[in-house]
Design a protein around this ligand. Structure first.
Ligand code: C5P
Length: 406
């Protein structure tokens, strides 16, 4: 596992960078680069005027993501959802923030994508004001900043010096490295909660070969497990992700071990658990595997065919038997008698808590980006509303941090 010390400070964090129409927008290019170097994933939303100061091409190239300006793409009507942008972000950083945008934020005006995203963001919001000294000093601006600060918006104080107007004074946007340090500090509390913990996450579906061509598997996309691995890493944990085959990118700061079959996942997880502080068993592991794998493609014949299956080993139960005082979190995907089945697994596999999702709930389960789960431990159950998988992962990571804080 990578050591906690080598993880970049913003590893795995999602930073939404908002750029408004100020001459200081040229500094947003360096800011974006520094955020990326610090390990963050960056998406950029610009006001229409910001495009006059720095090109979307520059920002798209640096952030490695398309730039968002309009509510929808006029070419194809694709909708840029301010709600999902706000959900995606761990921090919404508006830098530079003009007097105009600050005023609109303070009043709740939502006449561009950057502003609607602010109104729907659930994450911490930081602004780096940039304007001429008289505009900055104006009572209207100062009052707007006070209003925003009272509502929890964090202000990255502008610096003093030569302004674009040629005047000397306060109003220069803070330097990009200072803004990155500010954002790191802002997310630090969360980040430190799992600092130094070594955790394993199993994710995705296993593949059990029948012959060189066919296999038995299931619908798991791995999204929930990958989101958990990302959230744990973002809170400072050293994460080893033991994963079945998926098309998902490896979350930042996470060490990935690819496996195919349940047997391979068993070996990798049991071995990794030796030096770990805990594990989250999110993988959809096959319970049965063909008794023997045909070396050649099985040819079809007229009659029916039967494949003898034998039980695979239960990885979670094995780790449960070895865990001692270490953490073990399990998942239960059920279609009926959900609660009773989950509680039975909690005990049988020696989980500290289990995450139950029911295929009967709309928005829960495979492939989608949302999930509806209930967290169950010996003390009781907490039913969460329908959330993005990332938010569910955040709630699970918070529980894990509490476990270690006890
Ligand atoms: O018994 P069931 O498969 O429903 O239990 C689900 C939980 O057990 C999940 O956390 C899953 O990752 C884990 N599991 C495992 N190895 C298996 C089967 C399930 O780790 N062979």
């Amino acid at each position: 596992m990578t050591s906690p010390e080598t993880c970049p400070p913003l590893a795995g964090r999602h930073i939404l960078l908002g750029i408004t129409g100020s001459i200081a927008a040229y500094k947003a290019a360096m800011l974006c680069r520094l955020l990326k170097t610090a390990g963050a994933e960056v998406r950029v939303v610009m006001t229409p005027l910001a495009k006059q100061f720095i090109t979307p091409l520059t920002m798209a190239t640096l952030s490695k993501n398309p730039i968002l300006v309009e509510f929808f793409d006029p070419e194809n009507g694709a909708w840029n959802s301010h709600v999902s942008l706000g959900e995606w972000a761990d921090c919404y950083l508006i830098a530079p923030a003009t007097a105009n945008t600050l005023a609109k934020m303070a009043c709740g005006i939502a006449d561009n994508l950057l502003l609607t995203t602010y109104l729907s963001a659930r994450c911490p919001v930081a602004v780096a004001p940039a304007m001429d000294l008289d505009m900055y000093a104006h009572e209207a601006t100062q009052q707007n900043l006070r209003t925003l600060a009272r509502r929890g918006v964090r202000i990255v104080e502008p610096g003093e010096g030569e302004l674009a107007s040629g005047l000397q004074g306060k109003g220069r946007m803070a330097e990009p490295d200072a803004i990155v340090a500010f954002v790191s500090d802002l997310l630090c509390e969360k980040k430190k909660s799992l600092q130094g913990k070594r955790l394993i996450v199993t994710a995705g579906a296993t593949i059990e070969a029948i012959d060189p061509v066919r296999f038995i598997s299931n619908h798991s996309s791995g999204k929930m497990g990958y989101a958990i691995a990302g959230e744990l890493a973002a809170r400072g944990a050293c994460v080893k992700l033991v994963t079945g085959r998926t098309s998902l990118p490896t979350p930042a700061g996470v060490e990935r071990v690819d496996v195919l079959s349940a047997a391979e996942m068993y070996e990798a997880a049991v071995q990794a658990f030796d030096g770990a502080d805990g594990a989250v068993m999110c993988a959809a592991v096959a319970d049965y595997t063909p008794d023997r794998v045909s070396e050649t493609k099985i040819k079809k014949c007229d009659g029916d065919m039967y494949i003898p299956l034998r039980r695979t080993r239960d990885i979670a139960a094995e780790l449960g038997a070895r865990k001692g005082s270490r953490l073990l979190v399990g998942f239960a995907l059920e279609t009926h008698d959900e609660q009773a089945h989950a509680e039975a697994k909690l005990e049988k596999k020696n989980f500290d808590f289990i995450v139950l999702n029911s295929l009967r709930d709309a928005g829960a389960g495979f492939r989608g980006d949302t999930n509806k789960v209930t967290l169950i431990d010996a003390a009781g159950r907490e039913e969460l509303p329908l959330l993005s998988k990332r938010e569910v992962a955040g709630r699970i990571a918070e529980r894990i941090a509490k476990f270690f804080a006890q």
